[in-house]
Design a binder for this molecule. Structure first.
Ligand SMILES: Cc1cc2nc3c(=O)[nH]c(=O)nc-3n(C[C@H](O)[C@H](O)[C@H](O)COP(=O)(O)O)c2cc1C
Ligand code: SF4
Length: 428
């Protein structure tokens, strides 16, 4: 593990003025990897897939799946169209890091997508961007237009014989459209209902054709791997979850923001050093490590916990999107969990009963507790509801709704108990 963050030089968002402009990107080595692959024949599609697989870029959209392994699931080309859906829906509370790529280094993502396109013999890349990111959508469109003008996109890219189109698609405010199969439905012009899997997108994706869905940050890592090799990439950060990562840190810290450092950083270093501590010198009560769906950790359980999949699993949470929410000692956890539940209830697409009704019951029960109308047995009802929701639905939104509630009730039980009316029932 190499988590020497103090000497780490950012590579996803290097500190270069106006890097979002194509000329500046090119002057700083941009699109060189594409030239090496197309002109110098540095890689074949197969060797590219293998290099990315060996680098073990774990998906930055939440699930942490090895990107190269996912690419290898694509069937052999049959002459028909094949797609990448680049996921920039970024609608989970606490997650705001792809936005920085759109704003600061869009061409790194575009170059990564073209390399991924070549590796999988892709026809078109659809860049699905959260609808509220209006400025970022315009910025991405401009970056794509510039890449077309320079011959990096379109027909016969750099005279290689390889064609690739890239389109921006705006979301319309639904969190569920970030779920990969729902995203494809939305791209096809339908209501964003998640699909039952299997079939998986590699077999039957967009318009029934082979499709790979990757997060924006995941694809932005690809040129770095092609440039420096898988060994370089795996030498950064945590052994089983390597590479640079964009930590999006919000909440009660003195310096919230998006920071690029190696994976595997201590949560306490991120809070105390990178973010300059908690506001007013207060103690940390809770940390949600990777977006609102990841289980909250107690502030007094953070010692030695690192931001990588293994360390967080041991601690009882998940890396998710590395969107960390820090809450100080004055935070009302019941209120926080109610607000998170409200979000998931509102965003449930309603297809599955455990999710449609479960998110509603969770919210209703939490409102009862937060308003001082709760009973002790409501805490068990909450846990029971979570059990009825977890792993029983078409997509993972139900789990995402259940986990914060389950782990908050288990880990901050005293806060919930304090709010519960101590009602004694007469037994008839
Ligand atoms: C309800 C829900 C919302 C999601 N939202 C996003 C999102 O906004 N962005 C994203 O990249 N992945 C999101 N995901 C995960 C995607 O389904 C998918 O795993 C991911 O885009 C794959 O890319 P990766 O392997 O590069 O991480 C979401 C999943 C669920 C269940
Ligand atoms: S789990 Fe929820 S959001 Fe996902 S498909 Fe079922 S009802 Fe829709």
């Amino acid at each position: 593990m190499n988590t020497d963050w103090k000497n780490f030089e950012p590579v996803l968002i290097p500190n270069i003025k106006d890097l979002y402009k194509i000329d500046v990107y090119e002057k700083n080595g941009g699109y060189e990897q594409l030239k090496k692959v197309f002109k110098d024949k540095k890689h074949t599609p197969e060797s590219l897939v293998n290099e990315v697989k060996a680098a073990n870029i774990r998906g930055r959209g939440g699930a942490g799946f090895n990107a190269g392994l996912k690419w290898s699931f694509m069937p052999k080309p049959d002459g028909g169209p094949r797609y990448i859906a680049a996921n920039g829906d970024e609608s989970e509370p606490g997650t705001f890091k792809d936005r920085v790529i759109f704003e600061r280094n869009p061409h790194l993502f575009i170059e990564g997508s073209i390399l991924a396109g070549f590796a999988m013999d892709i026809t078109a890349v659809y860049v699905y961007i959260r609808g509220e990111y209006r400025d970022q959508i315009n910025m991405m469109q401009k970056a794509i237009d510039d890449a077309y003008a320079k011959g990096y996109l379109g027909k016969n890219i750099l005279k290689s014989g390889f064609d690739l189109e890239m389109y921006v698609h705006s979301g319309a405010g639904a969190y569920i459209c970030g779920e990969e199969s729902s995203l494809m439905e939305s791209l096809e012009g339908k209501r964003g209902y998640p699909r039952v899997k299997p079939p998986f997108p590699a077999q039957k994706g967009l318009w029934g054709r082979p499709t790979t869905i990757n997060n924006i940050e995941t694809l932005a890592n690809v040129p770095l791997v092609v440039k420096n090799g898988a060994d370089w990439y795996t030498s950064i950060g945590a052994k089983t979850h390597p590479g640079p990562v964009l930590y999006g840190i919000s909440g009660h810290v003195n310096r919230p923001g998006v920071y690029e450092y190696p994976t595997g950083m201590l949560i306490t270093d991120l809070i105390n050093d990178v973010c300059k501590g908690v506001r007013g010198g207060k103690k940390v009560k809770a940390v949600i490590p990777g977006g609102s769906s990841t289980p909250p950790l107690r502030g007094d359980s953070l010692d030695g916990v690192r931001m990588d999949a293994d360390s967080l699993r041991t601690a009882g949470s998940m890396m998710g999107t590395a969107g960390m929410i820090v809450m100080d000692e004055d935070t009302d956890i019941v209120d926080v969990i109610w607000r998170i539940s409200h979000f998931y209830h509102h965003e449930s697409c309603g297809q599955c009963t455990p999710c449609r009704d479960g998110t509603g019951f969770l919210e209703k029960t939490l409102i009862k507790i937060k308003d001082g109308e709760g009973e002790m047995r409501d805490l068990d009802i909450l846990l029971d509801l979570c059990t009825q929701m977890e792993g029983r639905t078409i997509c993972a939104l139900a789990d995402a709704a259940a986990w914060p509630v389950r782990y908050a009730v288990e880990r901050f039980r005293e806060d919930f108990e304090k709010r519960v009316k101590k009602t004694v029932y007469a037994v008839a």
